[in-house]
Ligand binder design. Structure first.
Ligand code: PLP
Length: 386
């Protein structure tokens, strides 16, 4: 018999929770839609006793994600934000968190509100700036949150270097791997203590579930996260877990195809006279290109670009775009377009957005499974209208 631990990602994904129904031999695992489980007599809890603390469907999803992220275990949560929040429970009140100055807007809001309410101290730092990092590490942080490539500017942070430096000062590292998915980047292999995902994005991949997960690099960290997940009550629902597991099985095919299309779109945009700048780590001119090549196994299907226009021109551009849905998400089978300044990053102050480099003329694209030429033609029509 072949050793399960040696299977490649494709095999793990295709076989995730397949043929494990011992009652009827169903090929696809059943959905355990139950809030509670019977005890086998007084004081005799079975393996599962209450869905907040554990559920077979949710665990199957967690096991599959943990395997492809090379983790020791995974807590499936109700959203990406709750996975990030869960990771903060590994440190103590008053501790210092260092986060990227250009992180996802809701992460920025969460951290700021926790800072303002005195739960933690938070500093936002450009993690691609060595001097800023030196100053941040000198303050002895307890937790470093990494988000690479960053949302929406696709800045690439050196995961290995930050994790090494964090270990030197005894800090934990939490890497948000949502933008690339476990198919294209595995932060635990680069030294991260915890990886978080918004499974709403590539892992589920079909824009029909809000979910998240936190993958621990060690059994000790897994045990702590599992305890807090139950304690806080932020674990995911069985039906959502089932759908996410179904989406997960095709993630490799989806992401690789979307990446191919993204590269064609990047080439088109990079050569368009009305486009000022394209942010995509696959471009040789991108500041983080060499680092991305070293720590990622692909450049992904997310990109952003600046049009040489004002807010009115952005509206005219978006008016003509019908093959990209104007919506706040990413990583789905359908292409999505976002205007970060008024959507995903609108909760940041104007000053914080400016500091992060998010201008009013920035557009973010999440490339789906449509034909590349149709997408390019549609972007061309939009740009003609500016
Ligand atoms: N992290 C990143 C990088 C994201 O883009 C998002 C959502 O867009 C989140 C976390 C939060 O995930 P959720 O919306 O599932 O709570």
């Amino acid at each position: 018999m072949s050793d399960k631990n040696n299977y490649k990602k494709e095999t793990i994904l295709a076989r995730a929770a397949i043929e494990d129904d011992i009652q009827y031999g169903a090929v696809i695992a059943p959905i355990h839609v139950t809030s509670t489980f019977t005890f086998d007599g007084v004081g005799n809890s079975r393996h599962y006793n209450y869905t907040r603390s554990g559920n077979p469907t949710r665990d199957k999803l967690g096991d599959a994600i943990s395997s492809i992220e090379n983790g020791a275990g995974c807590i499936v949560t109700s959203s990406g934000m709750s996975a990030i929040l869960l990771s903060f429970h590994l440190i103590k009140q008053g501790d210092l968190i260092i986060a990227p100055h250009d992180c996802y807007g809701a992460t920025f809001r969460l951290l700021n509100s926790y800072n303002d309410n005195g739960f933690f101290k938070v500093e936002f730092v450009n993690q691609t700036d060595e001097k800023a990092l030196d100053e941040a590490f000198a303050k002895k942080p307890a937790l470093i949150l990494i988000e690479t490539p960053s949302n929406p500017l696709l800045r690439v942070t050196d995961i290995k270097d930050i994790c090494r430096r964090a270990k030197e000062v005894g800090a934990l590292t939490v890497a948000d791997n949502t933008f690339l998915s476990p198919v294209l980047q595995n932060p635990i292999d680069l030294g991260a203590d915890v990886v978080v995902h918004s499974t709403t994005k590539y892992i589920n991949g079909h824009s029909d579930v809000i979910g998240g997960c936190a993958i621990a690099s060690t059994p000790e960290l897994y045990e702590k996260l599992e305890w807090w997940g139950n304690n806080l009550g932020l674990t995911g629902a069985p039906l959502d877990s089932y759908l996410t597991l179904r989406g997960l099985r095709t993630i490799e095919l989806r992401v690789k195809h979307q990446e191919e299309t993204a590269q064609k779109i990047v080439e088109f945009l990079d050569n368009h006279p009305k486009v000022k700048k394209v942010n995509y780590p696959g471009l040789k001119s991108h500041k983080g290109h060499e680092l991305a090549k070293a720590q990622q196994s692909g450049f992904g299907a997310m990109l952003s670009f600046e049009i040489d226009t004002d807010l009115d021109g952005i509206s005219k551009f978006i008016e003509k775009i019908n093959l990209f849905s104007l919506a706040n998400s990413l990583g789905a089978t359908e292409s999505l377009i976002a205007h970060p300044a008024t959507m995903t990053h609108s909760m940041m102050t104007d000053e914080a957005r400016k500091n992060a480099g998010i201008s009013d003329s920035l557009i973010r694209l999440s490339i789906g499974l449509e034909h590349s030429q149709d997408l390019i033609n549609n972007l061309d029509e939009g740009l003609e209208n500016v």
